[in-house]
Design a protein around this ligand. Structure first.
Ligand SMILES: [Zn+2]
Length: 317
């Protein structure tokens, strides 16, 4: 009997960071004449932990900053002070790619053990996190969203040109009830349109009431949500919805808000619920959200059990 292809496992993105420079590595770099990157060690640790757990599509761990300043610190027209971003003029694409360097570093550490996914913070989540001093009406100005989307589109192309297996656009603010959701989703679609790899949109929280809007996205291929903390979201999607719209679900099945490491049978039960409702071929298995808040060992243990559970359900290996 032909074995079904294994279900892909991935992560949402962020990974624990232990502050400070690895002194041994830094000194070695210094004597080798290489500029010292204080985050290289954290990025390496994030990638290697995911690879060791058996994740198929890993992230760079988003180790350099929070999800907003990771981008805003590099976008002309934005200024960051004390961790807060202010829009000070018209948003322009940066002269150099924001994400290319970390994508290449993550690929180097992943080697041939895993593929690397590119992650972008969505235009509305960035815009709504800013204070606006000049150039736009306020943080709700849709022109601001549109201009940030243009910057992110270029980043998506850079990520793909440098080997991203997929691109994920994070819009957690959508679950908090934003105005003009349709226009904001169109901005996400404008980033995704015509890209050569699958594009996911990640929105955590209880998005049951928003699934109809999300399914109407034209160019996003994967809807990535939390189902461990919000199992009711599964009731809001059907197999027909997915197959009719050509989408898959990123099925968050371990909690990112609770440090208890779920055991394999618990995760197997969660995955089986999704497989029987949506079909294994329509799923990508990942955690509910980023794992930044946990100690490293917890993040690792959660991913290891998630991969074991996926293999048990999928019958692979
Ligand atoms: Zn999230």
């Amino acid at each position: 009997m032909a074995r079904a292809p294994a279900v892909i496992t991935s992560v949402v993105g962020s990974f624990p960071v232990e502050e400070g420079l690895d002194r041994t590595e830094a000194l070695a770099g210094f004597y080798a004449g290489r500029p010292v990157d204080p985050f290289e060690g954290a990025l390496r640790e994030a990638v290697e932990s995911q690879v060791a757990a058996g994740i198929d599509w890993v992230s760079d761990g988003q180790v350099r900053a929070d999800m907003i300043t990771l981008f805003s610190a590099h976008i002309p027209g934005m200024k960051v002070a004390d961790g807060r971003t202010t829009v000070v003029g018209a948003i322009e694409p940066p002269a150099r790619s924001i994400t290319r360097g970390d994508m290449l570093m993550a690929k180097r550490f992943a080697g041939d053990q895993a593929r690397v996914k590119g992650i972008l913070t969505g235009p509305s989540t960035i815009a709504l996190s800013c204070a606006v001093a000049d150039g736009y009406r306020d943080e709700r100005d849709l022109q601001l969203v549109h201009d940030i989307a243009r910057v992110l589109r270029r980043e998506a192309e850079e990520l793909i040109a440098n080997g991203a297996v997929a691109v994920q656009i994070d819009e957690p603010f959508f679950s908090t009830g934003v105005d003009e959701l349709t226009a904001r989703l169109a901005a996400v679609d404008s980033i995704a349109k015509g890209l050569a790899v699958p594009v996911a949109m990640h929105v955590c929280g209880d998005v049951s009431d928003l699934m109809g809007d999300f399914l109407a996205l034209e160019h996003v291929n994967i809807l990535d949500h939390e189902f461990a903390a919000s199992p009711q979201v599964l009731d809001a999607i059907s197999r027909d919805d997915l197959e009719g719209s050509g989408k898959r679900v990123g099925y968050g099945c371990i909690r990112s808000d609770d440090a208890t490491v779920e055991d394999v049978p618990t995760i197997v039960t969660r995955i089986r619920a999704a497989v029987s409702k949506l079909g294994a071929e329509n799923l990508i298995i990942d955690p509910d959200c980023g794992l930044r808040v946990f100690p490293r060992e917890v993040a690792r243990a959660k991913l290891e059990n998630m991969v074991k559970a996926t293999r048990e359900v999928g019958g692979s290996e």
